[in-house]
Design a protein. Structure first.
Length: 127
């Protein structure tokens, strides 16, 4: 949504247009701001806008930075249970390889490329 606008967009507008709770949008914006992807302006007339050009934002890198836990199965989680099949479990390395393949595919795309083929969000219809 931010990549399709040259102007700042308020948290309220983002929340409404994407049908997301305002608190959730605020957390996401804080994370993206901390990573340098978006800039925020407080106060009247303020809002959020991209701080990096969309064609310079690698989707895979954003996902890697935002998501810390890619544990598709419990044993992959840092605090996951010990695997009863260790030390000879073939599933764990296969899942790690699959996760890397997933992220590798996303690293082939920039936000700019994704935005070109994506429509603007529809305005939600009232109840």
């Amino acid at each position: 949504m931010l990549a399709k606008s040259d102007e700042e967009i308020s948290i309220d507008v983002i929340s409404e247009r994407l049908s997301l709770p305002k608190s959730h949008v605020m957390k996401i914006v804080a994370q993206l701001s901390g990573l340098g992807f978006v800039a925020t302006q407080r106060g009247r007339g303020g809002g959020v806008k991209l701080d990096t050009p969309a064609d310079q934002i690698n989707v895979g890198q954003v996902v890697r930075q935002l998501e810390r836990d890619f544990a598709v199965v419990d044993c992959l989680a840092e605090s996951g249970p010990a695997c009863v099949f260790e030390p000879r479990c073939a599933l764990k390395p296969a899942m790690l390889e699959a996760t890397e393949a997933f992220l590798g595919v996303l690293e082939n795309y920039t936000l700019g490329e994704i935005v070109k083929g994506t429509q603007a969000p529809r305005v939600a219809k009232a109840g």
